[in-house]
Write a protein that binds this ligand. Structure first.
Ligand code: ADP
Ligand code: MG
Length: 489
């Protein structure tokens, strides 16, 4: 939905005899306090191996217990991705050796995942596209290896962190669409408050599967998987690079081999990492330590009832209900908290367009400068709404509004308090305005003379002086009307 970021970027142009086929596997860390199968903390800032009990360390005989909250988050995500939720899903062991996977297998889901057969709609350049979601399964993360010279350090704090792996159908056709899709998935998960979407900390990771085929050919080409890309911009660039690499290889008569590649953002290239295992190599089988996960109809209904309005619906509603332009609706719905804030400003002010302008320009500017997020705004949405109301009912001018806004930002006070303390109420009675005008005209007789002999440009000069004398408080419409009369002489 943050399509506006890309609006001026042209899609990469490739050899037009070919078409790309892309599917994404997104690993989202579910925002629970404890791990998927143990009470260990998920705190990202824990000291090395601090959050590591016998379960996380994979000790023989340690017993996993399913985290209820993680299931709730997974089910909500599945519902928001229009998936069918399985009444019975099964955790399976995916066997492989890795130094940071001490028990020799990862607990995941195989043929009976909790969520499947979904779809996601997302926006690219104002156009809504739809992608199928094959499945979204619950699994645990592995630990982390850090290689230092000729030895390797292993930190098991991540071992057992709950993940939802969201697997798209092979429906995407360009790097740009893939990035827009991934951004939308992140946005949905953040709306649900089930994943913080922090790419730098690895709470959202993206594997991109890419193949190419000649246009008109139905059969898919051999796919390559690009692993662990940690920015949406790099998703787009890595895919576009890979499409071109594959087309050129095929044109040279080479065969694409199924492999895992890594993307190097500095060189903007992908590199072969390892050839890819087939599914049977993992020897999946149901984990005998964990009972099947059984979810009732009423539980699923309750989760459904708990879902917030999703970003694309909100984006559409902001346009219809508030008459906002598409651009405003897009910016204001990027984050749920921002959209919530806007709606309160709107409700209090009863002026959607003004609410949108104040939030998008003044407020977002201050937040960016202060590196704050919307929930840290010192200005409460009720106060901003009230301030817009005070401008609309003539209590203060729009210009004074800007200074009240800055004071609210600095002091966090209500607009009325600031207006009273600083005596900023607009002067709107004609007698007082007239008095100020006469004061200015009497102080500038030669300019009045010039004006009357044809230099009408001086009108702006008088308005400026009047505003200066009234400290910006004279009602501008009234000033214009009375000044014209007075200058007629
Ligand atoms: P694997 O078993 O190798 O992980 P999956 O069938 O689980 O493969 O698919 C993984 C991802 O790759 C999915 O997102 C899927 O849409 C995508 N995918 C499958 N086949 C292709 C292909 N030929 N080209 C591009 N993407 C593909
Ligand atoms: Mg896979």
């Amino acid at each position: 939905m943050t399509s506006t970021n890309n609006q001026n970027q042209n899609t990469h142009i490739f050899n037009s005899n070919y078409e790309a086929v892309i599917g994404l596997e997104i690993h989202a860390q579910l925002k629970t306090q404890s791990k998927m199968f143990s009470p260990d903390s998920t705190n990202f800032n824990g000291a090395d191996n601090e959050n590591t009990s016998t379960v996380s360390a994979g000790m023989p005989g340690a017993l996993p217990v399913i985290n209820k909250k993680a299931v709730e988050y997974a089910v909500k995500s599945g519902l928001a991705l229009n998936c069918t939720i399985r009444k019975k899903s099964v955790f399976a062991r995916k066997n492989y050796f890795y130094p940071d996977l001490p028990k020799g297998y990862q607990i995941s889901q195989y043929d009976l995942p909790t969520c499947e057969h979904g779809s996601v709609e997302f926006l690219v350049d104002g156009e809504i596209k739809k992608i199928s979601i094959t499945r979204a399964h619950i699994e645990e993360d592995a630990g982390k290896s850090t290689h230092q010279g000729d030895y390797t350090l292993i930190n098991l704090n991540r071992s057992g962190i709950p993940l939802l792996e969201i697997v798209s159908g092979p429906d995407l056709r360009s790097g740009k669409d893939a990035a827009a899709y991934a951004r939308t998935v992140r946005q949905i998960l953040r709306y649900l408050d089930v994943c913080d979407g922090n790419l730098e900390e690895g709470s959202l990771r993206c594997d991109c599967n890419v193949s190419v085929r000649k246009k008109g050919v139905e059969k898919f080409g051999t796919k390559v998987e690009i692993k662990n890309i940690n920015s949406f911009r790099f998703v787009e660039k890595a895919i576009d690079y890979e499409i071109e690499r594959q087309i050129e290889a095929i044109e040279r008569g080479e065969k694409i081999i199924q492999e895992t590649r890594l993307y190097d953002p500095d060189k903007n290239r992908t590199f072969a990492m390892r050839t890819k295992e087939d599914a049977q190599d993992y020897r999946y089988f149901p984990d005998p330590d964990i009972l099947p996960l059984i979810l009732s109809e009423s539980y699923i209904d309750k989760m459904k009832a708990d879902l917030p309005e999703l970003p694309l619906n909100r984006f559409k509603r902001f346009q219809t209900q508030y008459g906002l332009p598409e651009y405003d609706a897009d910016v204001l719905t990027v984050e749920k908290d921002l959209a919530d804030y806007f709606e309160i400003v709107c409700k209090i002010s009863q002026n959607p367009k003004a609410a949108s302008n104040w939030v998008m320009t003044e407020l977002l500017r201050e937040l960016n400068q202060a590196e704050k997020i919307i929930s840290q705004s010192p200005i409460k949405p009720e106060y901003l709404g009230k301030m817009i109301q005070l401008i609309d009912n003539g209590t203060i001018s729009g210009k004074i509004g800007k200074s009240v806004f800055i004071d609210m930002w600095k002091e966090g006070k209500e607009p009325e308090t600031i207006i009273n303390e600083k005596n900023l109420v607009q002067i709107s009675d004609s007698g007082s305005v007239e008095k100020i005008i006469m004061e200015v005209l009497n102080a500038n007789p030669s300019q009045v003379q010039e004006y009357r002999s044809g230099r009408t440009k001086l009108f702006g000069f008088f308005v400026g002086q009047i505003m200066k004398v009234s400290k910006g408080q004279a009602n501008p419409d009234m000033v214009n009307k009375i000044l014209i009369e007075k200058l007629k002489g």
